[in-house]
Design a protein around this ligand. Structure first.
Ligand code: ATP
Length: 405
């Protein structure tokens, strides 16, 4: 079939879909490195969907050095970089706010299912082989602008399907299931027939026992950072994976919808992180044995303590100050919206020693005045500490007390 005359070659369309800064970086690399550099993974996928994110993932074939490319980018555009010799990777932060991840092209060998892979240098085709879904296994050659698509990712992208590259993909790395659910929720994709068939064997206890706990945890936390995390969790539940992977059940939706963020950002939390933490606390709150689950997920002590506090339930005994701090505050208010007034009521109230400072002698009048001020407070007649003080002054001044000194 002939293309319409106006349709540009795919490679050029991908370049055009990149944000300005990313395109500058890619064009500069094309000029200087005649071959061996590829734009890969999410960057290609997102550009083809016209929803480019801020970061670039580049893979370098043997012969192009990660250090050399990183140095070139920093010389040309300013910024800084960190090298991981052991992994053959580098992260460049270009001065105009772009992060470029560089990785040497490699293949992975899994010593046993679920184990962390061993890696060695290899051509780009091998690098694509070890990826999770066909739509993530495409690469754009910067030299020729040719799109490498060995697994039919473009077709799956059009049909919005997540298809693993081979039937044992999930057994090799069950965290790919979570990545899939996250992408499906974010991009409105579906798991392919092959994906659905590949699931059950990967969810067997003997497979999950060998799976990397830290990868699974990281993917859960990344999922909780997304706006569509509830859809992702529901999908995992529908697929029968939420229990086997994490020992979690689907929580009710309403409290998550009630989470409010303004206060988090005011307190200078990095927003993505704080949202994730609040959602995580809420998710655990609705589980059986929440504290055990928190421990199993390796939650930092701070969050474990926050969870313990939430679980206390008898709020009158709890120190309000602790509940007033983020991310606990948002979670508390999402769970108990009716407690908002109680929680935010932190103002100072009149105490006996304030009356002594006003010159009142210790004695029953102190208690009597405190009682009258408290009643006025309950009726809403005094709203600030200053107003309470003024009222106390008036009460002391007019001698209309029946209680003798
Ligand atoms: P996001 O938009 O969430 O960052 P991404 O696809 O760029 O999506 P990354 O986590 O940055 O996600 O991963 C980059 C690429 O590495 C993916 O596109 C995928 O090809 C590959 N990848 C990441 N994790 C795995 C995994 N567990 N198994 C196989 N391939 C993976």
């Amino acid at each position: 079939r002939k293309r319409p005359a106006l349709e540009k070659p795919l490679g050029e369309r991908i370049l055009e879909a990149l944000p300005e800064g990313a395109r500058r970086v890619v064009l500069a690399l094309r000029e200087v490195f005649p071959q061996g550099i590829y734009l890969v993974g999410g960057a290609v996928r997102d550009a083809l969907l016209d929803r480019s994110g801020p970061d670039l993932d580049l893979v370098l074939e043997p012969g192009v050095r990660v250090g050399e490319v990183a140095r070139f980018l920093v010389e040309r555009f300013g910024g800084s970089f960190g090298l991981h010799y052991a992994f053959g990777t580098a992260r460049v932060r270009v001065s105009f706010g772009l992060t470029v991840d560089l990785a040497e092209s490699r293949e992975e060998v899994y010593p046993y299912p679920g184990a962390l892979p061993q890696v060695r240098p290899a051509p780009i085709a091998k690098d694509l082989e070890r990826r999770d879904y066909t739509v993530n296994a495409m690469a754009l050659s910067l030299a020729t602008l040719e799109l490498l698509d060995p697994y039919g990712g473009l077709e799956d992208l059009r049909n919005r399907l997540l298809r693993p590259l081979h039937p044992l993909s999930f057994v090799e790395d069950p965290s790919r299931i979570v990545r899939g659910a996250r992408l499906a929720a974010r991009l409105a994709f579906r798991f392919s027939e092959e994906a659905l068939k590949a699931l059950p064997p990967a969810l067997l206890p003997e497979v999950l026992k060998g799976a990397s706990k830290s990868r699974l945890r990281d993917e859960l936390f990344l999922t909780l950072e997304e706006d569509t995390f509830l859809e992702a969790l529901s999908l995992l539940e529908e697929l029968g994976a939420l229990g086997p992977l994490y020992g979690l059940k689907l929580p009710p939706r309403d409290p998550f919808v009630r989470l409010r963020w303004e206060p988090l950002e005011e307190e200078g939390f990095p927003p993505g992180r704080a949202r994730m933490e609040a959602r995580l606390l809420l998710l655990l709150y609705f589980q059986e044995n929440p504290l055990e689950k928190a421990l199993a997920l390796g939650l930092p002590k701070r969050l474990q303590e926050a969870l313990a506090l939430l679980l206390k339930g008898s709020w009158e005994e709890v120190d309000k100050e602790a509940l007033g701090k983020e991310p606990l505050r948002s979670v508390f208010l999402a769970l108990f919206p009716e407690k908002e007034g109680w929680l935010t009521e932190k103002r100072r109230v009149l105490m006996g020693r304030d009356l002594l400072q006003l010159g009142l002698k210790p004695g029953p009048r102190v208690g009597e005045i405190l009682r009258q001020v408290a009643e006025a407070r309950a009726r809403g007649e005094v709203r600030t500490f200053e107003e309470e003080l003024a009222l106390a002054r008036r009460l002391i001044g007019d001698g209309s007390f029946s209680v003798p000194q």
